[in-house]
Write a protein that binds this ligand. Structure first.
Ligand code: NAD
Length: 272
């Protein structure tokens, strides 16, 4: 990636979305990034509006377009949209040697494979959660799982706003992966994603998930390690989406100094 100027040049896709607006704000607030283009899906009521005005910051002179091919030259795309849209943006990124910071969640295994194939020679940060606190929690969960082992029943709980379309959240699954990694097993082999009816007794070594949806909850996550005599909980509660936007912009700045490869927020924060 060529970061020629003083600032990292950023395209925000999905710029009128809940996260898109926060990302425009965060890019504008950061001294090391500049917004050069912003997109929305075809037919959006916000088409041609100024991205800065939509985000509640000053007018930036960057109007929303629906075709990424018409965007100004950039160093990095920050993408918090939807899986099918992210796949389209990935093709653009690969063809134009642009790095990607991907926050979209809810990919099917097939879509994930397609994304990895498309971006196999690109610079990418992909994280289910860009909050610094959550990434620290993931680290702590892996350590706790290592120490506590299968003697403690592991459960993961998450709650989000009523508009969220995928479940469990990407962050809950990331917590499950950290927990499974700490125990030296694969999450797919031990995850219990839902419980209903006569489930039978809890199977040792499984990792259970529970999900709440309602109101405007930004994001609550909890990993529980439950024994007969004690219970350890690792909690993270986000109260403002700006926490994810600032983390993603930090990732964009960090990525501009890396050679090609796939990274996560643990890499960005030096936790790996
Ligand atoms: P949202 O629906 O408010 O925003 C998504 C936006 O993308 C919408 O404005 C939509 O019109 C736009 N979009 C869809 N297709 C497009 C296309 N082809 N081109 C351009 N824009 C397009 O949703 P949201 O709450 O902002 O979340 C977006 C995604 O980010 C979800 O997958 C969510 O789970 C994820 N998310 C991740 C994190 C994280 O830290 N990784 C944090 C919050 C949300």
């Amino acid at each position: 990636m060529s970061n020629t100027g003083d600032k990292v040049r950023v395209i925000i896709v999905g710029a009128s979305g809940r996260m898109g607006r926060m990302l425009v704000r965060a890019v504008t607030e950061s001294p090391s990034t500049v917004l050069v283009a912003a997109t929305e899906r075809t037919g959006s009521e916000f088409m041609a509006r100024d991205a800065g005005e939509l985000a509640g910051v000053e007018t930036l002179g960057v109007r929303l377009v629906d075709n990424i091919e018409s965007c100004a030259e950039a160093d990095v795309i920050i993408d918090f949209t939807a899986p099918a849209a992210t796949l389209t943006h990935a093709r653009y990124a690969a063809n134009h040697d642009v790095a990607m910071v991907i926050g979209t969640t809810g990919f099917t295994p097939e879509q994930m494979q397609q994304l990895q194939d498309t971006l196999s020679n690109s610079s990418v940060v992909m994280a289910a959660n860009y909050s610094v606190g959550v990434n620290l929690a993931l680290n702590l969960i892996e350590k706790a799982a290592q120490v506590l082992g299968n003697d403690y029943d592991a459960e993961i709980y998450e709650a989000h706003h009523k508009h969220k379309v995928d479940a469990p959240s990407g962050t809950a699954l990331a917590m499950g992966k950290s927990l499974a990694a700490g125990r030296g097993v694969n999450l797919d082999d031990v995850a219990v994603l839902s419980r209903e009816g006569i489930t039978g007794a809890r199977k040792p070594g499984t990792i259970g998930f529970s999900v709440v949806r309602g109101g405007n909850i930004v994001g609550e996550h909890q990993a529980m390690f439950i024994a007969d005599e004690e219970r350890i909980e690792i909690n993270h509660n986000a109260s403002d989406r700006m926490v994810f936007a600032r983390g993603a912009v930090r990732a964009a700045g960090w990525l501009s100094d890396q050679s090609n490869g796939w990274f996560d927020m643990q890499d960005v924060l030096g936790l790996n």
